[in-house]
Write a protein that binds this ligand. Sequence first.
Ligand code: SME
Length: 160
Amino acid sequence: MTELDPLIVAQVDALLDGEHNPITALANASALLYNTMPDLNWAGFYLYSPTNASLDLGPFQGQVACMHIQPGQGVVGTSFAQQQALRVPNVHEFAGHIACDAASNSEVVVPLTVGTTTVGVLDIDSPRLDRFSENDLKTLQAFAQALAKHLDADAIRKVY
Ligand code: SME
């Protein structure tokens, strides 16, 4: 299996140079991931809404997805609540996994932290079991860090 080329970290940084709209930035970040990584059925973001006290669906590529996830629920909510990246080789073995798309078999979720605030998560799904390697996870964490440098937590709050 081809691992994610760490070059994607520099690519997202260059792509978002000078971008101030968080929705615009996240939309293109999801498109970059979805079209770079083979065998995905979903790539996108859930952003925390303090008003709703839930993780609300953000920009993504893929099938129609769950719109609101409670912190602590599913892979997304667990990663957010624990502020920890999660690599799940088989989602059917993850207690509480939320099946937005029955095609998903493996998943990786990385917290998206802007400054000291975790504003949401990056979520990627694959129909292939064990699709994501440890190196993929590390590259995705670096990707999230590079992306976060182009985001403003207050601008996200205005929308979510
Ligand atoms: N499977 C996720 C829900 C989000 S969808 O995969 C897009 C979960 O268990 O949190």
